[in-house]
Design a binder for this molecule. Structure first.
Ligand code: CO
Length: 400
């Protein structure tokens, strides 16, 4: 019988972002799988769960029983879910699917019914200190072949020179003006449409920073620009408000990178309050739950737009793209920026973008390997980023 012989975590930061990969080794020499368990802000907690709890739980089991292992791990803590436990579970789950693909001799998308499209359409990020800078950078991205851009101007950020009226003893922080933020984005989209016309898809991420009524007004103001979607217009805690936004405007809504549990998305999908689901696959607990989420969304006309930031490993990006190739309701794939040379060195088989389309290798499994010697050359800093908290001018802390 094939057995799980070892489970290890590999921490590495080839490009300055802390990443966490999980390697599941089997009793068959040379047969192993790699998963993404990155939760940059809490990687050490995730690594502890994998090494101290999942390793002893799973050693000796047959790695082919993915569904049973998923449930065994999820249930083993009794209190389940949340980003730390789900990321740990994801690392193992993705690695087991990688092994499954290698046993079958097929890339993952083949296991899920084969490719439904020749390339996976990507959107990339364009960010600038002014609307003019965004236009200039957008022109360069369009020249590279992208036809779908996420645009954001930082004019409302104090760090970019916005003048705010603040009380004397306001604590240090990332201050922004909510009014100026909205005006600046509206002016930027006006300029983008004037410059590039209507044959370019544009989207914007609000990052939950508005109050519900501000969000409603902002979604309406965005209507004339025909955005592909407006993302995280509200924090998940306020998602009941989406019903009102839906009734009052047609700006498409994307949400989901913060979801961990089916309870977070089920009502939003079945009530058709979102157009795109943006889950971060490792936050869900890996591929196994994603394969259940996709057909539910499809039945309700909701398309996928998986979270694809820099703080996931190329294994995580590859998993996104395999799902994108196979899903009937694929919408768009986030691809924040091109992986650099160091990342490709540590993760041979890293996916790539050409003319705005994403591709994976045709190697069995995820198609991404890890060079552990190279990984060890780029240690993690375990420092916390500043972007996770913003402040309004009076000092009130708000979501990012
Ligand atoms: Co986002």
């Amino acid at each position: 019988m094939l057995k799980i012989a070892n489970i290890r975590t590999i921490l590495t930061a080839p490009e300055g972002v802390d990443l966490l990969a999980v390697k599941v080794e089997t009793s068959e020499p040379g047969l192993y799988g790699i998963g993404c368990a990155t939760f940059t802000q809490r990687n050490l907690a995730v690594a502890c769960v994998v090494e101290q709890f999942l390793r002893p739980l799973l050693l000796g089991r047959d790695p082919q029983y993915i569904s049973d292992i998923w449930h065994t791990v999820a249930g083993s803590s009794y209190w389940r879910g949340g980003p730390v436990l789900n990321s740990a579970l994801s690392g193992v789950d993705m690695a087991l699917w990688d092994i499954k693909g290698k046993l079958a001799g097929m890339p993952l998308y083949q296991l899920w019914g084969g490719k439904r499209r020749a390339g996976v359409t990507a959107y990339t990020h364009v960010r600038g200190r002014s609307a003019e800078e965004v236009v200039q950078k957008a022109r360069e991205k369009l020249r590279q072949g992208y036809r779908f851009l996420r645009c954001h101007t930082d004019e409302a950020e104090e760090s970019c020179g916005a003048e705010l009226y603040k009380p004397q003893d306001a604590p240090a922080g990332a201050y922004f003006s909510p009014n100026k933020y909205q005006c600046a984005q509206i002016n930027m989209f006006k300029l983008l449409r004037e410059e590039f016309g209507w044959d370019v898809s544009l989207c914007h991420d609000v990052h939950e920073r508005l109050t519900p009524t501000e969000a409603l007004g902002f979604a309406r103001e965005m209507e004339p620009f025909h955005l592909a979607f407006l993302e995280d217009i509200l924090a998940p805690e306020q998602s009941e408000w989406l019903e009102r936004i839906r009734k009052q405007c047609v700006t498409p809504i994307a949400m989901g990178e913060l979801f961990n549990d089916p309870k977070d998305w089920l009502t939003l999908v079945t009530q058709r309050r979102i157009d795109y689901i943006r889950c971060h696959i490792s936050q869900l607990g890996g591929i196994t739950p994603a394969l259940k989420l996709i057909p539910v969304c499809d039945a309700f006309g909701v398309r996928t737009a998986w979270h694809g930031p820099c703080d996931i490993t190329p294994v995580g990006h590859a998993v996104n793209i395999h799902l994108d190739f196979a899903a009937p309701n694929f919408g768009i794939q986030e691809w924040m920026k091109e992986p650099g040379e160091r990342l490709r060195e540590v993760f041979p088989g890293t996916p790539w973008c050409k003319d705005g389309f994403l591709y994976v290798t045709d190697s069995p499994g995820t198609g991404v390997d890890i060079d552990e010697e190279a990984a060890a050359r780029y240690p993690c800093s375990h420092s916390l980023p500043a972007w996770t908290l913003k402040r309004r001018p009076d000092g009130t802390a708000v979501w990012p």
